[in-house]
Design a protein around this ligand. Structure first.
Ligand code: NAI
Ligand code: HPV
Length: 618
């Protein structure tokens, strides 16, 4: 088959008064930056790219027992703050949202309130389980964890509900590290026990002889932000610091004089072990009977991470047998622990009630950090501290902005070309780029193609958070391929192609030689363009809606279609014809600002040379 020849500008309709490239340059970028948190069920599709805050407030769920709180300003989103948050963060939130500070809610009360809230802010004391997302009725868009550990939030359920989870990953690092060091030194010198004894009227100088830290080996398990700050401080105390972390960089460790070692070495050689990994299925009960059995007799354990990383019954056994000489614990499997907890009451155990992040400075910092993240997310911006969505750096975001718009529109076009719309199983996306594959992050683009593919044929609202999940759930397999082009890697992507395999098309010319519905697009001057349909090359700016016609290439076609549209005052924004060869078949792509009526579309179909046509909403 001969290569189709584009004959774009030359064939542009003359009947309309708009320039060929009518979209203002870059006009699409800002809406992309507001994309990930799209209004859902109660929202209009036309508002898909609108920020949540600007949208009318979602109607209270009919299932909700409560009316909106008195004094709330309509039009503002509602943020439920379920645990104590620093004043500066609350002030920021109040500038932007209706803020409901309700501390100490029971699970039932939380479920009852949540359907009236767009965002929820918690610390470690509130369990945000699947029941909370289900009770929200689709309104909850952001969960902000005012701290680091997100083990109290059901991330899978959040993702399935398209709810973004953000945390405050940096503001309490130093506080947690300082608390770790405080527990280490207090434990080594029996500070808590001696303090209690003296206050009880005793003077027990022989009983509370401590151990020195200098020259002792400290094993840090989890060499992340807190772990490395603990390491720095422990080195200052003259300790020999080693660390185990399967994902940490040895160079970063070496830079602060820490050697990364195996788990085995970290456990068998340590005089002190300090825990700083997150609680995950892999770290759950990591310190168990087997692990304690490997440790040096007389080891001392510090836990400022999560109670669940230690098998607490095994720790009691290890303390009783003398394998573990002392433990200092800030966190517990169940918080607060039972009043008769053997572990808490053990005389060789020093405890604090989850105070790692509780300094004045850290709480102010965390409150500001989470308020900013939640406000940004409600505005629809991509949060840098997103926990269940790809984190894409700001500069990458702005560079990819027009391609993100293109990606969604290509997905939207491709699915509308499928006869019947359903039954899509296999979609291939090809990115042609001069960039090395690891220099091009396509997760965002894939999510937007998925959004474009799924939303026109379902009631599901897809965003960056739930795109992969939604595709998988609907049995749509999306594969990605790269074509590495020669040339300058200045532009991230030359073109994006979306192909749907094993389906019939309501516009058979959209099927390529290899049998898939194929659409391809590029970004020109910041504006997304459709540049190929099936085997036909076209060039039409992706705005408004689109009519695709296949016709016998002959003079007068543009005028014929243009005048049918003109009769109904439908403005043509762009027109382009791609043909296989002169006077053979051609595909005409016509961009229209308004949706033509059924009768106008019928009239177009009745133009004798038009063999097939389709109207597509972008
Ligand atoms: N007690 C408190 O008030 C506070 C507790 N935390 C806890 O401390 C944890 C760590 O916080 P950050 O250092 O800020 O997080 P981070 O994400 O910077 O560091 C966690 C490190 O653990 C490592 N890790 C993951 N799996 C591991 C495994 N199986 N073995 C060893 N290392 C593993 C990761 O590679 C990462 O480097 C948080 O997840 C939270 O649970 C944090 C702040 C305050
Ligand atoms: O940030 C963390 O992971 C913490 O454990 C701090 O918890 P909190 O916010 O003090 O309940």
């Amino acid at each position: 088959m001969a290569a189709p020849t584009p004959t774009t500008a030359a064939r542009a309709a003359t009947t309309h008064n708009r320039p060929l490239l009518s979209s203002p340059r870059g006009a699409l970028a800002p809406s992309f930056l507001r994309l990930p948190l799209l209004p859902r069920a109660h929202a209009q599709r036309a508002r898909l790219l609108a920020p949540v805050a600007a949208a009318a407030p979602a109607a209270p769920s009919t299932a909700s027992p409560d009316a909106p709180a008195a004094g709330f300003v309509s039009g503002k989103p509602t943020v439920l703050v379920a645990e104590k948050l620093g004043a500066a963060g609350l002030a920021l939130l109040r500038e932007f949202a209706n803020v409901d500070c309700s501390y100490g809610l029971s699970p039932e009360e939380l479920r009852a309130k949540i359907s009236l809230c767009d965002a929820l802010i918690v610390r470690s004391g509130t369990k945000v389980g699947r029941d909370v997302f289900e009770a929200s009725g689709g309104r909850l868009r952001v969960v902000g964890r005012a701290g680091v550990g997100i083990d109290n939030v059901d991330l899978a359920a959040a993702t399935e509900h398209g709810c973004l989870v953000v945390n405050a990953p940096t503001a309490n690092t130093v506080a947690a590290a300082e608390h770790g060091i405080a527990l280490l030194t207090a434990m080594a010198r029996n500070i808590a026990q001696a303090d209690a004894s003296l206050k009880a009227g005793k003077w027990q100088r022989n009983k509370y002889v401590g151990v020195s830290l200098v020259g002792k080996t400290l094993s840090i398990l989890g060499f992340g932000k807190v772990g490395s700050e603990v390491a720095r401080r422990a080195k200052g105390l003259g300790m020999h610091v080693i660390a185990h972390d399967p994902y940490a960089s040895a160079d970063r460790a070496r830079a602060i004089g820490v050697e990364l070692v195996s788990m085995e070495e970290a456990m068998t050689t340590a005089d002190f072990i300090s825990l700083h990994m997150p609680l995950t299925p892999a770290t759950n009960k990591m310190l168990n009977d087997e692990a304690f059995a490997k440790m040096k007799k007389g080891v001392r354990i510090i836990n400022v991470a999560r109670g669940g990383v230690i098998d607490e019954d095994a720790l009691v056994r290890a303390l009783d047998s003398g394998i573990v000489a002392q433990a200092a614990l800030d966190v517990f499997t169940k918080e607060p622990p039972l009043a008769d907890s053997k572990l808490v009451l053990h005389e060789n155990v020093t405890v604090t009630p989850h105070l790692g992040a509780s300094t004045v400075e850290a709480q102010e910092g965390v409150a500001i950090e989470i308020a900013e993240a939640v406000i940004g997310a409600l505005k629809g911006e991509l949060a840098a501290s997103a926990v269940n969505a790809p984190m894409v750096p700001a500069e990458v975001l702005s560079e990819l902005a027009p391609f993100v718009v293109l990606a969604e529109k290509l997905g939207r076009l491709a699915v509308q070309l499928v006869a019947g719309g359903g039954g899509i199983k296999s979609v291939k996306v090809t990115y042609a780029s001069a960039r090395a594959p690891d220099d091009l992050d396509t997760r965002l683009l894939r999510a937007m193609i998925t959004k474009g593919l799924i939303e026109p044929i379902s009631s599901v609202f897809v965003n960056l958070v739930n795109a992969d999940f939604t595709a998988k759930q609907r049995g749509v397999r999306i594969t990605e391929e790269r074509i590495l082009l020669d040339g300058s890697p200045e532009t991230p992507i030359d073109y994006i192609q979306v192909q749907i395999a094993n389906v019939e098309s309501k516009f058979p010319s959209a099927i390529s030689e290899t049998g898939e519905i194929t659409v391809e697009g590029r970004v020109k001057d910041g504006v997304p363009h459709l540049t190929k349909v099936g085997a036909f090359q076209v060039d039409v700016s992706l705005e408004g809606s689109l009519i695709l016609c296949r016709q016998v290439d002959q003079p007068g076609m543009i005028g014929a279609v243009g005048s049918v549209l003109g009769e109904e005052n439908v403005n043509v924004s762009f027109m382009s014809v791609g043909r296989l060869a002169p006077r053979k078949h051609a595909v005409m792509a016509i961009g229209v600002d308004e949706e033509p009526s059924k009768s106008t579309l019928t009239k177009i179909g009745e133009i004798p040379a038009i063999e097939e046509f389709v109207f597509l909403k972008l």
